[in-house]
Design a protein around this ligand. Structure first.
Ligand SMILES: Nc1ncnc2c1ncn2[C@@H]1O[C@H](COP(=O)(O)OP(=O)(O)OP(=O)(O)O)[C@@H](O)[C@H]1O
Length: 472
């Protein structure tokens, strides 16, 4: 995959320009075992990105898939990847003595949560297909023996982060020659985030070991300079799949099946409004609430508890096992309200020198919190059956908004979002509205959450919310 070669055969495919196709998984050439597994998961019909992407990947093409949040990009690469491995496995069963030294397929993601999510999907598909494929995930800073045991075998599918793969390489557990000999498919998932998470050097180094014949797939909801750079670095004359609603100038557009609402209020009334929304069941469960800081998330959790509303928090400060446990519990429906701190944008935002200095001063004053750089709750995480997303704090950009509300209305489901906007957040809100464009702005509806409540009741609630808000 030479990055110096001209991309003169690059093919742009925009299914919007073609006749709408309603293909089945059979028609796009999926193995009956995988179709059976999907049926068990109650998945009958491929999404547009799957209809176009799967056949190309099965043919062995390098593909860049750019499709909106929740459009099914994970299965778009996982299904053909597993099908190819299943074929390889049956063809190579008699040559396994010349066992390769590295995984056959590698899926690189930016965060631990995504790693766990992709790993679980692969394991579940393999189990349902009843095929003998070994899949392993590895993130963080594993010890030598953890790396050695993970890569022993070696696995057919290795799900990891770029930093962790580099650690395996520099420790000698994973050898460059092994990758040269064995790696057939490389997936860069959530590609727009890989550089943001600080993996640029890892990815540049890793590229030198990737064999020319390796098929590379790049998945992203957003287009950016980073995605372009990664494409040039890894892919060879790729097919570029751009799904409807991902316009040229605009990175993401909200899925049509998400109804968007907003409330305008003072900062101090935010607690009151979220209380009304949740306590009066004005929004359908499950509910995912976004805050911009960890402190706000804990304050909000304590506040809601005072009114009998149980919730959990999810943030970069929690140990990785707790985070995964919380995600699993929420996805399994053990609780209905999750308050997630979205710091993806602060990560993305370049810090000025002044900001860096201020932060150093601040961290000297306060005990420094240990945050996990491999944490990420907004991009790519598939929160199951979330109906409502609430922006308790507004995101810092329009793209952040789209990624947040993309946690609902996934695949063929519907959902809604409620943004609670204070006067200080009006500027970003206006930016979001103009980003959405005239058509979508019309879909953004103002709601007054108390139309049915008597004025006295609102005043009473406001009073209680304020008192409790001050106490916590
Ligand atoms: N063909 C399908 N039919 C129904 N549900 C599907 C289908 N394909 C995927 N899904 C489900 O849709 C949800 C979203 O899929 P996925 O996480 O792959 O989206 P995505 O495009 O990667 O989103 P993001 O950009 O937010 O990462 C998942 O719960 C997945 O199981």
């Amino acid at each position: 995959m030479s990055n110096t070669e001209e991309q003169n055969h690059t093919e742009e495919q925009n299914p919007e320009q073609e006749e709408p196709q309603e293909l089945t998984f059979e028609q796009i050439g999926l193995d009956p075992r995988l179709i059976h597994a999907l049926t068990k998961k109650n998945i009958q019909q491929p999404t547009p990105i799957q209809q176009t992407g799967i056949p190309l990947i099965l043919e062995g093409k390098d593909v860049v898939a750019r499709a909106k949040t929740g459009s099914g990009k994970t299965f778009a690469y996982l299904l053909p990847l597993l099908q190819k491995l299943m074929l390889l496995d049956s063809n190579n069963s008699n040559v396994s003595s010349a066992k390769a030294l590295a995984p056959t397929a590698m899926i690189l993601v930016p965060s631990r949560e995504l790693c766990q999510q992709v790993y679980s999907e692969v394991v579940s598909l393999i189990e349902l297909c009843r095929v003998q494929l070994k899949v392993v995930q590895l993130t963080g800073e594993p010890s030598f023996s953890e790396m050695a045991s993970a890569l022993a075998g070696p696995p057919d599918v290795f799900v990891s982060t770029p930093a962790c793969v580099q650690r395996c390489l520099s420790s000698g557990v994973l050898q460059a020659k092994g990758i040269q000999d064995s790696l057939s498919i490389l997936v860069l998932d959530e590609a727009d985030l890989l550089f943001t998470y600080g993996y640029e050097k890892n990815l540049k180094d890793l590229k030198t070991h990737i064999p020319k014949r390796c098929q590379c797939l790049l998945m992203s909801a957003t287009s950016s300079e980073d995605v372009e750079n990664l494409k040039k670095l890894y892919l060879h004359n790729p097919y570029i799949l751009t799904l409807p609603d991902v316009g040229d100038g605009k990175d993401d557009i909200v899925p049509k099946n998400v109804q968007q609402f907003y409330i305008q209020c003072s900062e101090r009334d935010k607690l009151l409004h979220i209380l009304a929304l949740l306590k009066l069941d004005l929004v359908q469960k499950k509910v995912l609430v976004f805050t911009n800081t960890i402190d706000t998330s804990f304050r909000l959790k304590l506040f809601l508890e005072q009114f009998g509303i149980k919730s959990a928090v999810l943030n970069a400060e929690l140990p990785v096992n707790s985070r995964l446990h919380i995600l699993e519990g929420f996805n399994a429906g053990l609780f209905d309200y999750l308050i997630a701190t979205d710091d993806s944008e602060t990560k993305e935002k370049e810090q000025t020198d002044a900001e860096k200095q201020a932060e150093t001063k601040k961290s000297k004053k306060h005990k420094k919190r240990k945050l996990d750089s491999e944490f990420g709750v907004v991009r790519g995480i598939d929160f199951k059956n979330v109906y409502t997303v609430i922006n308790f704090d507004m995101p810092l950009s329009a793209a952040g908004y789209v990624h947040r509300i993309g946690r609902t209305g996934r695949a063929f489901n519907t959902g809604q979002s409620v943004s609670i906007v204070s006067p200080d957040e009006m500027e970003v809100f206006e930016e979001i509205k103009s980003f959405l464009g005239e058509d979508e702005e019309k879909d953004l509806t103002y709601i007054a959450p108390f139309p049915l409540l008597e004025k006295n009741a609102v005043e009473f609630l406001r009073y209680r919310a304020e008192v409790i808000g001050r106490l916590i």
